[in-house]
Design a protein around this ligand. Structure first.
Ligand SMILES: Cc1cc2nc3c(=O)[nH]c(=O)nc-3n(C[C@H](O)[C@H](O)[C@H](O)COP(=O)(O)OP(=O)(O)OC[C@H]3O[C@@H](n4cnc5c(N)ncnc54)[C@H](O)[C@@H]3O)c2cc1C
Ligand SMILES: NC(=O)c1ccc[n+]([C@@H]2O[C@H](COP(=O)([O-])OP(=O)(O)OC[C@H]3O[C@@H](n4cnc5c(N)ncnc54)[C@H](O)[C@@H]3O)[C@@H](O)[C@H]2O)c1
Length: 460
């Protein structure tokens, strides 16, 4: 049986850089991947969606161009080319990641499915046949998550789409119904609407973006509704049937029952960790009630030498969080530091158009925590850069502490909202208070310059 210093299960956003760095630090390392190098982010998540969203944005910009005095005429898409471009970018990212792995001395890439057979022992079912048993001093679980399938009558009998399979469609759906009105549902919903689908979004909460502030949720609802996307909230999907041509979706919203006929259904109702087949009962690693691997603030499981990183451990499920997990574990083990995941910032950006960039706490959270806070808001229709570029939808909102003048959080629903939010994140990390940003010299006319005006709205 082959013994390694370190084994990483899953070539995702934490696993790949961790494996390379451990090998470079002189540890004999194996990286086991059951499917494709790069995990969800490169193959089915961030990379393909953001590539296709760029095409959807181009459609929208072309249609909007007449407002800027540019008449493009009718706008047509070449969906095959859009998908091919996406595939080419994914292939480029994946192959360069795989090349980086195979060129790293002391790192073995094994394609197969790993399962614990004892505490520090794994049995790998190899993709090209056969089995291999391996042991290691350190084992890192980076197995990610997969689409959660809600318990809806008839769903298991129909051909539904997930965020992975929708990427392989060859034609644009005629009527796409989406279950779930959060990141995945909204990004795909707006994308396919812009490609020409009729889109209906079904969200069980009172509004889309249920965790965000109501003004942010309702502003985006209005923007999407203006683009002719139908949004039904407070919904219970009761049953789904399929005949040869159509899907029949029965929903209830309040007292109203509605039957929706659609050509395609996307399930975007959350994701579940990939732990069920890991054989964790054979090594004693504990899971929480949702199946996430339980870890402490240093990402150690209850079993010495076994760690979990990325989506599989629960908490915020973003690529940059998985990547940050790697930097914490690596530095603690190899450089002797004592970094922890506690109190790290959790920025994120939803790539609807306009984007929603978020950092820190929301107004809702400030209220729940009974904090002494104030709110600064500026609509994008008052932002010079927005007016000049015809990007006036959305708003910038910040939550501040009026005593310390610290920024506690921000929600930037705006064109380039993610970039603007990152400027505020930097300010928060560097303890730059809002009264300084108010008078900070920022280049004119940028979106960031409007942070002057945003904080002018606070009179103290
Ligand atoms: C449609 C979509 C869009 C997204 N967009 C964004 C975005 O814009 N920004 C953002 O920050 N995040 C985004 N995310 C989330 C992001 O993709 C994930 O948070 C991130 O990929 C998590 O990385 P990870 O390393 O934890 O796991 P993953 O990247 O999921 O990698 C896990 C790997 O483990 C492998 N594996 C699982 N079990 C085994 C086993 N038993 N043996 C061997 N290998 C195994 C899997 O095949 C996979 O390759 C998106 C997700 C989706 C689905
Ligand atoms: N831009 C980004 O950073 C980005 C983009 C896409 C995905 N992601 C990551 O992927 C993860 C999964 O995204 P997601 O949008 O699938 O999940 P989510 O958990 O964020 O949202 C799921 C939504 O579906 C709703 N829902 C659940 N069951 C339902 C039902 N039966 N009927 C109607 N609505 C129902 C929930 O109320 C919720 O609003 C996110 O946590 C996020 O971290 C990030």
């Amino acid at each position: 049986m082959k013994h390694y210093d370190a084994i990483i299960i899953g070539a995702g956003q934490a696993g790949v850089p961790l494996a390379k760095k451990l090998a470079e630090a002189g540890k004999r390392t194996a990286l086991i991947e059951k499917r494709l190098v790069g995990g969800t982010c490169i193959n089915d998540g961030c990379t393909p969606t953001k590539a296709m969203i760029a095409s959807a944005k181009a459609v929208h910009q072309a249609k909007k161009a007449s407002a800027l005095g540019v008449d493009i005429g009718s706008v047509k898409i070449d969906f095959k080319k859009i998908v091919q471009r996406k595939n080419d970018i994914v292939e480029q990212f994946r192959s360069s990641s795989e090349k980086g792995i195979t060129e790293t001395n002391g790192l073995k890439l094994i394609f197969g499915t790993a399962k614990f057979s004892a505490e520090q022992e794994l049995t790998i079912t190899l993709n090209d046949g056969g089995e291999e048993k391996v042991t290691a001093d350190w084992i890192f679980i980076n197995t990610g998550a997969k689409t959660a399938i809600p318990d809806i009558a008839g769903l298991d009998q129909i051909d539904y789409l997930t965020s992975t399979t929708i990427l392989d469609l060859e034609t644009v759906p005629e009527h796409l119904v989406v279950i779930g009105g959060n990141y995945i549902g909204l990004e795909f919903g707006q994308m396919f609407s812009r490609f020409g689908s009729r889109v209906t979004i079904l969200e069980k909460s009172a509004g889309i973006l249920a965790k965000e502030d109501e003004d942010i949720s309702s502003a985006l609802t209005e923007i999407l509704t203006d683009e002719k996307i139908e949004i039904i909230t407070d919904v219970k999907v009761e049953k789904i049937d399929q005949d040869k041509k159509q899907l029949h979706i029965t929903v209830r919203s309040g007292k109203t029952k509605k039957d929706i006929t659609a050509s395609h259904l996307l399930v975007a109702a959350g994701r579940v960790p990939q732990t069920a087949d890991l054989g964790l009962e054979n090594c004693g690693v504990k899971l929480d009630d949702k199946g996430h691997v339980m870890v402490n603030e240093k990402l150690e499981t209850n079993i010495k030498g076994i760690y979990a990183l990325g989506d599989v451990k629960g908490g915020p499920a973003f690529t940059h969080i998985a990547y940050n997990d790697y930097t914490i574990v690596y530095r603690n083990l190899i450089e002797g530091t004592k970094y922890s995941i506690q109190d790290r910032p959790v920025p994120y950006c939803m790539f609807t158009d306009p984007q929603l960039g978020r950092i820190g706490i929301s107004e809702k959270e400030a209220k729940e925590k009974k904090l002494n806070y104030e709110i600064a808001v500026i609509p994008m229709s008052q932002v010079a850069r927005g007016i000049e570029t015809n990007e006036t939808l959305g708003l910038m909102k910040a939550v501040v502490d009026p005593e310390t003048k610290k920024i506690l959080g921000a929600a930037i629903l705006a064109s380039e909202g993610g970039e603007i939010m990152s400027v505020l994140q930097m300010a928060m990390e560097g303890d730059i208070t809002y009264d300084r940003i108010r008078y900070c010299v920022l280049a004119h006319p940028t979106y960031t310059e409007s942070l002057n005006n945003l904080f002018m709205k606070l009179d103290r």
